[in-house]
Write a protein that binds this ligand. Structure first.
Ligand code: NDP
Length: 264
């Protein structure tokens, strides 16, 4: 049986290992990477005819549209989408906190939501669709005020309202009032909180259908993002996303960490 997976940011780190591990349960694994030479090199490293590279920059609307059209034309549907691509400014980066907000939200939140929107019609064609957002334990609800926690976990929250909350955070950061306004002190953490909230919105929307939507934290892994400081090999961290991508995974609307359901 054909099973098509798309993994974003699969040229290195956790995404590469997610793609590698999905080769066991999928017949096509698309490594969706923004840089062609890095993406093609990753496919060569996998050395498996089921793996293929396709260009995708989730920060570029035109790239997302071209990618979705090419996937539809090439394979006709998507059974697994692992939204792994993300950025994190290094602690030593001289860019001021306020200057890091928009770039972080643009890729981690708006890019993830836009790619998901573009591929949902193809995921809906699967009889065991699995949508996985690679989030982080940094995206836990407790980083924001009680009121904001209620906003993000409101079962009636829509994607549009979620994106408005992200905009509100950015405006409050720009105005220098984000702490007083009940936000946390991490652009990356807020971006991952939004990603988890988005997975829950879609899980509710698709409840009862063949599509399951979950988010996960890979744990603190040795990758470029962590400057190779993480204590966990990326191939172990990747297992969190992979278990949520399997056709027999019955979870929906959960946050998984250390390969078990965890509280948000
Ligand atoms: P890396 O920095 O090693 O890899 C990130 C990947 O995302 C790269 O392939 C990168 O491509 C890609 N990417 C970034 N921006 C874009 C874009 N605009 N379009 C397409 N691809 C893009 O990170 P990790 O492997 O460590 O992280 C993977 C995921 O795990 C992320 O979502 C991260 O937030 C999450 N995570 C990681 C943890 C860790 O300890 N490492 C802990 C918790 C969560 P390129 O090579 O071109 O830059």
């Amino acid at each position: 049986m054909t099973r098509v997976a798309v993994v974003t940011g699969a040229n290195k780190g956790i995404g590469f290992h997610v793609a590698q591990q999905l080769l066991a349960s999928c017949t096509v694994v698309i490594l969706a990477c923004r840089d062609a030479s890095r993406g093609e090199a990753a496919v060569r490293r996998l050395s498996d005819p089921k793996a293929r590279f396709m260009q995708l920059d989730i920060g570029d609307e035109a790239s997302i549209a071209t990618f979705a059209a090419a996937v539809e034309q090439d394979v006709g549907r998507v059974d697994v989408l692992v939204n792994n691509a993300a950025i994190a400014f290094k602690a030593a980066d001289p860019t001021p906190f306020a200057g890091q907000t928009e770039p972080t939200l643009k890729i981690n939140v708006r890019g993830t939501v836009a790619l998901t929107d573009a591929l949902l019609p193809l995921l809906e064609r699967s009889d065991a669709g699995r949508l996985v957002h690679v989030a982080s334990m940094a995206g836990k609800l407790r980083q924001v005020s009680r009121k904001r926690q209620r906003d993000f976990s409101d079962p009636a929250l829509t994607t549009e309202q979620l994106l408005s909350l992200a905009d509100e955070f950015a405006a409050d950061v720009a105005a220098g009032r984000h702490k007083a306004a009940g936000w946390g002190s991490s652009n990356y953490g807020l971006s991952k909180l939004c990603v988890i909230a988005h997975s829950k919105i879609l899980a509710r929307k698709y409840a009862g259908s063949a599509l399951r939507v979950n988010a996960c934290c890979p744990g603190y892994c040795r990758t470029d993002m962590s400057s190779n400081r993480g204590g966990r090999p990326p191939e172990i961290g990747a297992r969190n996303a992979v278990l949520l991508a399997l056709p027999d995974c019955g979870l929906n609307g959960e946050f998984v960490q250390d390969e078990a359901v965890s509280a948000w």
